[in-house]
Design a protein around this ligand. Structure first.
Ligand SMILES: [Zn+2]
Length: 213
C-alpha cells in the first residue's frame, strides 16, 4: 500500500516542548512528511496502526542514514464529504539529531481537518468556477447531516492559498499542463487527482499548499 513518497519535508516548525534539548541545532525539530498510502481515508482508517508506513532512510534534517526509531503514533481527524475518520499518524525520531517526523497520508493536510480533496474542491469552486463564498459552501454541502466547510473556513482556505498561487503556476508547465486562467485546476488535472496534487506540491515546494509562508 505504501508507495510513492518523498524525503522532502512537507512542513516543519518548532515544537516547543522539544526545543530545549536541541536548542543548539538548526530549525526545525518537528517535521511533517506526506506519503502516498495508495488507499482512501476510509480504508486507511479501517487498518488502524496496521497500515504500511514508509521507512525514512535519510534524516531530512541531519542527513544521517538509517537513524530513525519508531516513536509511536498520534491520532487526528480527517473529514471527507461523507464522514469523519480518526486516523493514526506514524511518528519517527532521529537518534542523531532528535528531529521528530510525522508521516502523514497525502489525503490529509497538516493542521487542517478537512481532507485535501475537500479543500481543493472548495478552492476550485472559488477560483475556477467563480462562485461566491456562500455558493461554494452550499455546493459542498451534500446534505444537512454531511460535514462540509463553513463559509469562514472556505474564506480562510482562499486567503491562505493566495500565498501559493504563484508556486502552483510554476509547477503547471512541468506537469505538461497548458497555461490557463486557473492554474490550480490545471495542476490538479496534470497530477491526476487532488490527492496526487497535494503530494506533488509538497515534493516540489517543500511545503503544503495551505501552509503559512
Ligand atoms: Zn537527524
Amino acid at each position: 500500500m505504501a508507495s510513492g513518497w518523498s524525503d522532502c519535508a512537507a512542513q516543519g516548525r518548532v515544537k516547543r516542548k522539544d526545543a530545549a534539548p536541541f536548542a543548539d541545532r538548526a530549525f526545525p525539530v518537528w517535521m511533517v512528511i506526506l506519503f502516498c498510502p495508495s488507499i482512501a481515508a476510509q480504508e486507511y482508517y479501517s487498518h488502524g496502526k496496521q497500515n504500511l508506513f514508509p521507512t525514512l532512510h535519510t534524516c531530512p534534517r541531519c542527513h544521517a542514514r538509517d537513524s530513525f526509531w519508531l516513536n509511536g503514533f498520534y491520532q487526528r481527524n480527517v473529514i471527507t464529504e461523507s464522514a469523519t475518520y480518526r486516523i493514526y499518524v506514524r511518528r519517527l525520531r532521529c537518534k542523531r539529531c532528535g528531529v521528530s517526523v510525522s508521516m502523514l497520508p497525502s489525503f490529509a493536510l497538516p493542521r487542517y481537518q478537512y481532507a485535501a480533496h475537500v479543500v481543493i474542491a472548495a478552492l476550485l469552486l472559488r477560483l475556477a468556477h467563480g462562485l461566491s463564498l456562500m455558493g461554494a459552501a452550499l455546493t459542498l454541502k451534500l446534505s444537512d447531516s454531511a460535514p462540509s466547510p463553513s463559509i469562514p473556513l472556505i474564506a480562510h482556505y482562499h486567503h491562505r492559498f493566495s500565498d501559493h498561487e504563484k508556486l502552483v503556476e510554476i509547477m503547471t508547465p512541468a506537469l505538461g499542463a497548458e497555461a490557463a486562467s486557473c492554474p490550480l485546476a490545471k495542476a490538479v488535472a496534470g497530477c491526476g487527482s487532488p490527492v496526487a496534487f497535494n503530494l506533488k506540491y509538497s515534493e516540489i515546494h517543500g511545503t503544503t499548499f495551505l501552509a503559512r509562508i
